[in-house]
Ligand binder design. Structure first.
Ligand code: 13P
Ligand code: SF4
Length: 357
């Protein structure tokens, strides 16, 4: 495991970051008439996906977070799976894993608050060793990241000498440090082909590896990791959607099993799926992925009807407005990576970014 520092509010347990940047006062969290008026234009934008009964709870947090971001010189990076009140109301930068990794290397801020899962925060830290990187809930993990360890990768190297190892970014820094290069769902084929090798290990997502194998002549060796959200979709349910409305468009994330992808009209990363909907504007679509994403896209694509099979990522959903506020107030939970691991893991991420550029 990588070295992670966790801290909670309170004098005795103040994080390094809190000692460096100081502690702020708890803001008022009342939904006053004045606040309702100030926040009305923002609510109008998200009213189709945030019920009016929830807004009086969300609005004071959104205001407090946005004020505190300025005072702290902080930026909020949010993955496409974050809920709409985070994605549309407090995030400065949103995107898929590749976009967030690239943006993380360009941010002009002292503090990065990563609204996503732990491997994403770790990637931001790798690319910004001098910045303070916070995750509002250190327990936001990922079933793929948990499916493989650095020791497993070392055994693979022994078993397949000379075969390049590509790791999905959904892994710990410890695993990245043992691999040759990272990939994301949007560049996996390009990364695999970049070696010019006849065989490549593509870990840890078995289904992403199988998807890549359908797009290249390179022989792909896979690991048996799965995303606990995407593996739940079935081809049968997608056929039922198609039967109920033959005009429906089905678009899927490559972490889905192969028989599910075989039913899809389009397969791509989370941002690839968003771009597809924004460009094609189908009358009705089912996004076969984590279900908050449909809400986020619906805000920007009126006229498109979204069928929403609701498979939530329990890890992404650990990030909430109150935890983001605490994160900024108490500068918790700070993400750190052991320096020796970080040097090698950073190389794997940077090779991917440079290849893409
Ligand atoms: P993307 O890189 O497509 O955003 O995927 C990340 C992820 O965790 C999907 O489950
Ligand atoms: Fe990991 Fe799946 Fe959640 Fe993405 S949706 S963070 S791959 S568990």
């Amino acid at each position: 495991m990588t070295d992670m520092t966790m801290s909670t509010p309170g004098e005795a347990t103040l994080s390094q970051a809190a000692r460096k940047f100081g502690v702020m006062e708890m803001p008022e969290l009342e939904y006053t008439e004045e606040l309702a008026k100030e926040m009305a234009p923002l609510y109008e934008r998200v009213s189709s996906v945030i019920p009016s009964v929830e807004w009086p709870f969300c609005a004071p947090y959104i205001k407090a977070i946005n004020d505190l971001k300025k005072k702290r010189k902080a930026v909020v990076l949010a993955h496409n799976y974050q809920t709409p009140e985070i994605f549309h109301c407090v995030a400065d930068i949103v995107g898929d894993s590749l976009q967030l990794a690239k943006e993380a290397s360009n941010v002009d801020a002292d503090i990065i608050v990563q609204c996503g899962v732990h491997f994403m925060a770790e990637t931001s830290k790798l690319l910004n060793p001098e910045k303070t990187v916070l995750i509002p809930d250190q327990g936001a993990g990922c079933s793929l990241a948990e499916s493989i360890t650095g020791a497993d990768v070392r055994l693979l190297r022994e078993k397949y000498p000379g075969v390049p190892i590509v790791t999905y970014v959904n892994t710990t820094a410890e695993v990245k440090a043992e691999c040759d290069i990272c990939c994301t769902s949007s560049n996996a084929v390009q990364v695999v082909e970049s070696f010019g090798a006849p065989r490549v290990l593509c870990i840890p997502d078995e289904y992403l590896a199988k998807y890549v194998a359908t797009k290249t002549d390179v022989e792909i060796i896979a690991w048996k990791g799965h995303c606990e959200v995407h593996e739940r979709f079935t081809a049968e349910e997608l056929r039922a959607y198609r039967k109920s409305d033959p005009a429906i468009k089905i678009i899927a994330h490559p972490e889905c099993p192969p028989d599910v992808l075989a039913e899809a009209d389009f397969t791509g990363s989370t941002s690839g799926m968003i771009d597809w909907v924004q460009t094609k504007r189908p009358p009705k679509v089912v996004m076969v992925t984590e279900c908050s994403m449909s809400d986020n896209v619906a805000v920007e694509t009126p006229g498109v009807e979204f069928v929403r099979p609701c498979n939530l990522c329990p890890h992404m959903k650990k990030i909430t407005l109150p935890k983001i506020l605490d994160s900024l107030l108490f500068l918790q939970d700070e993400v750190t990576v052991d320096p020796n691991t970080a040097i090698r893991a950073r190389q794997a991420v940077e090779r991917m970014i440079n290849l893409n550029n």
